[in-house]
Design a protein around this ligand. Structure first.
Ligand code: OFO
Length: 172
C-alpha cells in the first residue's frame, strides 16, 4: 500500500509525463508547420514515449492499491525561433523531469518504500538516455545552424528514429 504522500507525488509525476507528451506533440506540430517532417516524426515518437512513461505510473499506482487522479494539463508553448531552440527547450524539460524523478526517489527512500524505489530506477536510466539524446541532436544542430542544406540533412536523419515499443506496464 502506498502512503498518501507517495500516492500524491506519483500522481503529480503521472501528470508531468502527460504534460511532457503534450509539449512534444506541440513541438511536432511546430515542425509540421515549418515543413521539417523528419523532426515532426521524431517528436511524434517522443510523444508516444512519454505516453508510455505516463502509463507506467498509471499502472504502478493501481498495482499498489492507490487511486489515479487525473488533473488539468498545462498548455504547452506553440512557437519557436528555430529547430535548435526547440531541442534546447526539450533538453531543459528533460532536466526538469530528471530532478522531479530524483525527488520522488528521495521520498520513496525516506519512507523505506523499496518497491517504489525499485520502480523508479528504470526512470533514472531512462532520463540519462533522454538527456543524452537531446544533447546529441543539439550538438549537431549547432554545427549546421547557418546552413539550410545542413539543417535539411539533419531533418532527414532525424526521420529515422523508430517508434518506441512499450516493454510492459509498471513492472518494466
Ligand atoms: Fe521525457 O521522460 Fe518522461 O517525461
Amino acid at each position: 500500500m502506498l502512503s498518501q504522500q507517495l500516492e500524491e507525488a506519483l500522481n503529480k509525476q503521472l501528470n508531468k509525463e502527460l504534460h511532457s507528451a503534450y509539449i512534444y506533440q506541440s513541438m511536432a506540430a511546430y515542425f509540421e508547420s515549418t515543413d521539417f517532417e523528419g523532426m515532426a516524426l521524431w517528436m511524434d515518437h517522443q510523444t508516444q514515449e512519454e505516453m508510455i512513461h505516463a502509463r507506467k505510473f498509471y499502472d504502478y499506482i493501481n498495482e499498489r492499491g492507490g487511486r489515479v487522479r487525473l488533473t488539468g494539463i498545462e498548455a504547452p508553448k506553440v512557437d519557436w525561433d528555430s529547430p535548435l531552440s526547440v531541442y534546447q527547450d526539450a533538453l531543459e524539460h528533460e532536466r526538469y523531469i530528471t530532478k522531479s524523478i530524483y525527488e520522488l526517489v528521495d521520498l520513496a527512500q525516506g519512507e523505506r518504500d523499496h518497491m517504489t524505489n525499485a520502480f523508479l530506477q528504470w526512470f533514472i536510466t531512462e532520463q540519462a538516455e533522454e538527456e543524452a539524446t537531446a544533447s546529441a541532436v543539439i550538438s549537431k544542430l549547432e554545427r549546421v545552424k547557418n546552413s539550410p542544406d545542413g539543417t535539411f540533412m539533419m531533418d532527414r536523419e532525424l526521420a529515422k528514429r523508430p517508434a518506441p515499443v512499450a516493454t510492459s506496464s509498471a513492472a518494466v
